[in-house]
Design a protein around this ligand. Structure first.
Ligand code: COD
Ligand code: ZN
Ligand code: ZN
Length: 375
């Protein structure tokens, strides 16, 4: 029996209160309106930013269905949808690509003005919600809400991908992998033979390393206070790894010495102000490029001496690896299918969706790189 045009009752992980476990609830998912798509989620990764909502560091209205790194299959489409049809394999996009705004029209910009990351309104583009639980409307999260068996997204927030792609792996292209890899190849534009430093060796940091390697970097130095992270970092391409705790001198000085005067490219993939400054200081003062990938909790500010930039350093940042989402995700999936980069090494745990709280415990204890929930 077709579900097209009908409300679907299914299971979703609902966050009712901050710092509380998710409740697996029966929710009602309304059919897609015009220019919207309803998706059956097949696999979803757990990302640090989801946890930032649970802890209150990212503020959105509750109750909410989190999750933004996933892959699934189109169940039905609303009026006027032209880029997708039922049965298509897809990846939801937490940064949309409307194709019409000044950012979408700019050759380099990817932070489409229709994004909900800067506002966290908790609705789809028309300002309303498609989820209901226990008679109450439930908020969306950055236009995706993938911790649900079914979700509704705007057409500008979903990309069609290769029908042969393994959804339980390519879901990582929906956030973690792309954020890291693009920060190296697209945002920093790492060059052949260069020296790179990556602060933070979580899933995103490892993806930065993969990008540096793909771009032909000669040296890739991993920095982390947890030495358990070094082995995997070397597996994906780090040529050496250091812990700041092993040195008396500040880590930027150690890195300046190691590189003979400053590195070509540095990346902050932790989300801390002190390591953002270390990353800036360790790159060469005349031509070094430092990329901010992590976001610190709350609205912390950094004060810096502008002289640090006057010599010619570049300090930049981007979300989603600077990629225009709807255009780039299908290409990245094709690159994965062509074995241009691995994703398996980022996946440390696979759990049934119902065990989502266990997955978050693994993230918080530092035991997992990425946990994939299967539906
Ligand atoms: N010095 C060195 N290493 C450290 C330090 C420190 N002081 N503190 C922590 N670390 C290490 C940890 O041991 C860990 O290995 C690593 O840093 C961080 O890894 P994870 O696993 O916590 O994080 P990731 O790799 O999953 O993600 C990191 C981000 C910084 C990218 C992420 O948390 C973030 O800030 N995202 C926001 C940016 C964004 O694009 N958001 C959009 C949707 S996600
Ligand atoms: Zn994420
Ligand atoms: Zn746009």
């Amino acid at each position: 029996m077709s579900t097209t045009g009908k409300v679907i009752k299914c299971k979703a992980a609902v966050l009712w209160e901050l710092n509380k476990p998710f409740a697996i609830e029966e929710v009602e998912v309304a059919p897609p309106k015009a220019h919207e798509v309803r998706i059956k989620i097949v696999a979803a990764g757990i990302c640090r930013s989801d946890d930032h909502v649970v802890t209150g560091n990212l503020v959105t209205s509750l109750p909410v269905i989190l999750g933004h790194e996933a892959a699934g299959i189109v169940e039905s489409i609303g009026e006027g949808v032209t880029t997708l049809k039922p049965g298509d394999k897809v990846i939801p996009l937490f940064i949309p690509q409307c194709g019409k705004c000044s950012v979408c029209k700019h050759p380099e910009g990817n932070y489409c003005v229709k994004n909900d990351l800067s506002k966290l309104q908790g609705t789809l583009q028309d300002g309303t919600r498609r989820f209901t639980c226990r008679g109450k409307p439930v908020s969306h999260f950055i236009g995706t809400s993938t911790f649900s068996q079914y979700t509704v997204v705007d057409e500008m927030s979903v990309a069609k991908i290769d029908a042969a792609s393994p959804l339980e792996k390519v879901c990582l292209i929906g956030c973690g992998f792309t954020t890291g890899y693009g920060s190296a190849v697209k945002v920093a534009k790492v060059t052949q033979g260069s020296t790179c430093v990556v602060f933070g060796l979580g899933g995103v940091g490892l993806s930065v390393i993969m990008g540096c390697k793909a771009a032909g970097a000669a040296r890739i130095i991993g920095v982390d206070i947890n030495k358990d992270k070094f082995e995997k970092a070397k597996e994906v391409g780090a040529t050496e790894c250091v812990s700041p705790q092993d040195f008396k001198e500040p880590i930027y000085k150690v890195l300046n010495e190691m590189s003979g005067g400053g590195v070509d490219f540095s990346f902050e993939v932790i989300g801390r102000l002190d390591t953002m400054m270390s990353a800036l200081l360790c790159c060469q003062e005349a031509y070094g490029v430092s990329v901010v990938v992590g976001v610190p909790p709350n609205t912390q500010n950094l004060s810096m001496n502008p002289l640090l930039l006057l010599g010619g350093r570049t300090w930049k940042g981007a979300v989603f690896g600077g990629y225009k989402s709807k255009d780039s995700v299908p290409k990245l999936v094709a690159d994965f299918m062509a074995k241009k980069f691995p994703l398996d090494m980022l996946i440390t745990h696979v759990l049934p969706f119902e065990k989502i709280n266990e997955g978050f415990d693994l993230l918080r204890s530092g035991k997992s790189i990425r946990t994939i929930l299967t539906f």
